[in-house]
Design a protein around this ligand. Sequence first.
Ligand SMILES: Cc1ncc(COP(=O)(O)O)c(C=O)c1O
Length: 382
Amino acid sequence: MESTINRRDWFKSTISLTAGLTLGPSLVQQLIAAPASKAEASFFSGGKKMSSKIRLNSNENPYGPSEKAKQAVVSILSEANRYPFKETEDLKALIAAKEGVTPQHIHIGAGSGDILCQAAVAFGIEGGSVMSSYPTFPLLMNFAEVFKCRWDRVDANEKLEHDYDAMAAAVKSDTRLVFICNPNNPTGTIVSPAKIKSFCEEVSKKSVVYVDEAYIEFLEPAQQVSMVELVKKDMNVIVSKTFSKVYGLAGLRVGYIVAKPELIDRVYKYAGDIPLSQTAIAAAMASMGDETFMKMTRDKNAAARAVLTDYLDKHKVFYGKPLSNVVFFPAPRDGKTILAKMEEKGFLMRVWDYKEKEWCRVSIGTMEEMKMFVKAFDEVVA
Ligand SMILES: Cc1ncc(COP(=O)(O)O)c(C=O)c1O
């Protein structure tokens, strides 16, 4: 598939760059920013940079951080001369209490991406394979590939959901880790918690299952069924969460995993273990469980998302049922032109290659931004 060749080429050049110790963005930063299509590779090769456009390309929260988080950051500044050793333990204890586990079940990182990379080393360093649905958030698998670990991909079903039956059937004797993302990035789709639970129960007997719940708080509270319940049953399941999305703290960098202590130790072994900053910890502690802020984000996001899905419905464009802050649909014209013309009109978005086609991935901004986006997009694809 084009996308595979494209990514492999990108990684090859990335690795040789790193081997030559060229100064510049780290390998992980390059992997995070890796193009998801030939169109993106070509667009960015012209030296394009993220600029002060309307950023519908990183699934960020356009409303965050909350006032509580901002106040906490301001208040903690007078402690900026102190290493945050105690505060790190305080945050871990608070997260453990929220998740209903012990602090030994928690590992904190500079964003959940930090820990995805640690897990990629922990489970990929001895080779074998990691498996996931595709398309999905590729960081863990991309980083595992750097260690010569194979990435086995299982195509999503026709509704752009993880195909859990096909994934269960694809587990091999050398599968070290199975990555699932619920709700999924880039499709925004979910699968029923009962299905995910039975998948995890079965597959975790053969391989570790890593459940990325970065977007789970975008679901209505009754739908927010976390697989942490399986961790409490001592299963081979790691659940990943972040403060970057609904809590709007992507720039401060706090994420964590919940798992049984032996799995935590296996991942933690590859952590640099440099504490987070006082400000990040303070903002995360002030934000956690802030239902008012989360509800505001959820409600505004759903209303703004409807602007885009209504537009796609009107033009009979297929998309996966999005339940988070991202929508994924087939590109109505070539991806390179879409990226370039939308950038000219002031919007950043993504284009992915999947199944020999190009797909648009659009993050949900504010209502105003989405109204402007559909107008501009309509002009570009007309
Ligand atoms: C599914 C998923 N997991 C993890 C991350 C990493 O986020 P962060 O490192 O900010 O926690 C992202 C970022 O977009 C994501 O989409």
